[in-house]
Design a protein around this ligand. Structure first.
Ligand code: RM4
Ligand code: MN
Length: 388
């Protein structure tokens, strides 16, 4: 028997984490893209790989696509393939950072034709969403400038809003626009959507189906990310997470690898703010594996998210509130830290077994022989993300 209360077990059972298709393709650094045996040859194979993560963890039934990296002739076939593998197609991520025209910007560009090209790309993404059954269009822009005086900061912000409005108007039903911010890179002086305040201002003006995506790797060092989580949940604008971890910049490392305590603090605020297992908040991973094996890397990440969720759910909220209201600084901190230091791994292993999942998903996957099989089958696979 797992040691969790029935309420905690139920929350854990409801948790879903979306995988990024690009985690399964080749990626690298600015200096080199390293290949891996068994690299997918097409988006179908990326989904097959993602399905392995779900098969062994029960945590990840949805895959996000990146367009054009995941362009296929038939999205209904891709959807069928996903469904045959027990998966759903999820967030559609747009890409306006790899075409020549976007050198000086996309949705913010001063040239109307360039802006239109970027808008059209998003309209194409919405068409794809209609075929894949996806709810969310996620926009991350590489737009920015490198030198003071290079660009009209205000004009770009105004044009961004106009472009987003045109895109937003094409959404239907429960579809959402999710705007992701990042404080720098590839631009170094200014970025057009650098922070949650800008993403909030833009999406608040668009309407209620526009929300903010918080990528945990997109803040300046030392930023109190859990505070942002709290605030966005409080005002009903936290639409999605891109989870990953970082030591320095946008490192896109395994979730929880660099700072497990930060992950705990973030997930605690999600729980506190009603964002856990809420349809309003999509938990996605945004990681690019570079030197480690890709499927095990994703397995490690989703398990880390699950472990921190279990720990966050263990916080004795009543005792915490009592300590806070008594101004008992040390008691409040102790209640919080007690949950963080609890080793939930044996409890989760038992919880998994109760549900017919392997107690040790990583070992079960490695023992399955899947990696050797794809290494033999998929000679010449070059599906790439950053290297494309
Ligand atoms: C960006 C951002 C986006 C992701 C791309 C690959 O830095 O995090 O979410 O789609 O990388
Ligand atoms: Mn991201």
């Amino acid at each position: 028997m797992s040691s969790f209360t029935p309420a905690i077990s139920d929350e854990l059972a409801a948790q879903e984490i979306e995988l990024p298709s690009w985690a399964f393709g080749n990626s690298g650094t600015r200096f080199r893209v390293f290949g891996t045996p068994g690299t997918p040859r097409d988006p179908f194979e990326k989904i097959s790989d993602a399905a392995q993560v779900h098969k062994y963890t029960g945590l990840a039934p949805q895959v996000a696509l990146h367009i054009p990296w995941d362009e296929v002739d038939s999205y209904s076939q891709l959807r069928e393939h996903a469904e045959d593998n027990g998966m759903r197609l999820g967030t559609i991520n747009s890409n306006t950072f790899q075409a020549e025209e976007y050198k000086f910007g996309s949705l913010t560009h001063h040239d109307a034709a360039t802006r239109q090209k970027a808008i059209d790309h998003h309209l194409r993404c919405i068409e794809i969403m209609n075929e894949t059954g996806s709810r969310d269009l996620k926009i991350w822009l590489a737009d920015g400038s490198n030198y003071p005086g290079q660009a009209d900061l205000r004009g770009r912000q105004d044009r961004l809003f106009e472009s987003l409005q045109t895109i937003y108007a094409q959404l239907s039903g429960d579809q959402r626009l999710v705007l992701e911010y990042k404080f720098f890179e590839p631009a170094f002086y200014h970025t057009d959507v650098p922070d949650w305040g800008t993403a909030f201002a833009q999406t608040a003006a668009l309407g209620e189906n526009a929300t903010v995506c918080l990528d945990t790797g997109h803040h300046a060092p030392g930023t109190n990310i859990e505070f942002i989580v709290m605030q966005l949940l409080r005002v009903g604008k936290l639409g999605a997470f891109d989870f990953n971890s970082r030591f320095y910049a946008d490192d896109d490392l395994i979730v929880g690898a660099a700072d497990p305590f930060q992950l705990f603090r973030i997930i605690f605020e999600v729980v506190r703010g009603g964002g856990l297992n809420s349809p309003d908040v999509n938990f996605m991973l945004d990681q690019c594996h570079n030197i480690e094996e890709k499927i095990p890397g994703q397995i490690r990440s989703v398990l880390n998210v699950q472990e921190m969720t279990a720990r966050a759910l263990l916080v004795d909220r009543e005792a915490l509130t009592a300590a806070q209201e008594a101004n008992d600084v040390l008691a409040g901190n102790e209640v919080f830290m007690d949950a963080f230091y609890t080793d939930v791994r044996p409890g989760l292993a038992a919880w998994r077994e109760e549900r017919g999942l392997p107690a040790d998903p990583m070992k079960a996957f490695l023992d399955s022989g899947y990696l050797a099989r794809i290494a033999d089958d998929r000679v010449g696979g070059v599906q790439a993300s950053w290297g494309a």
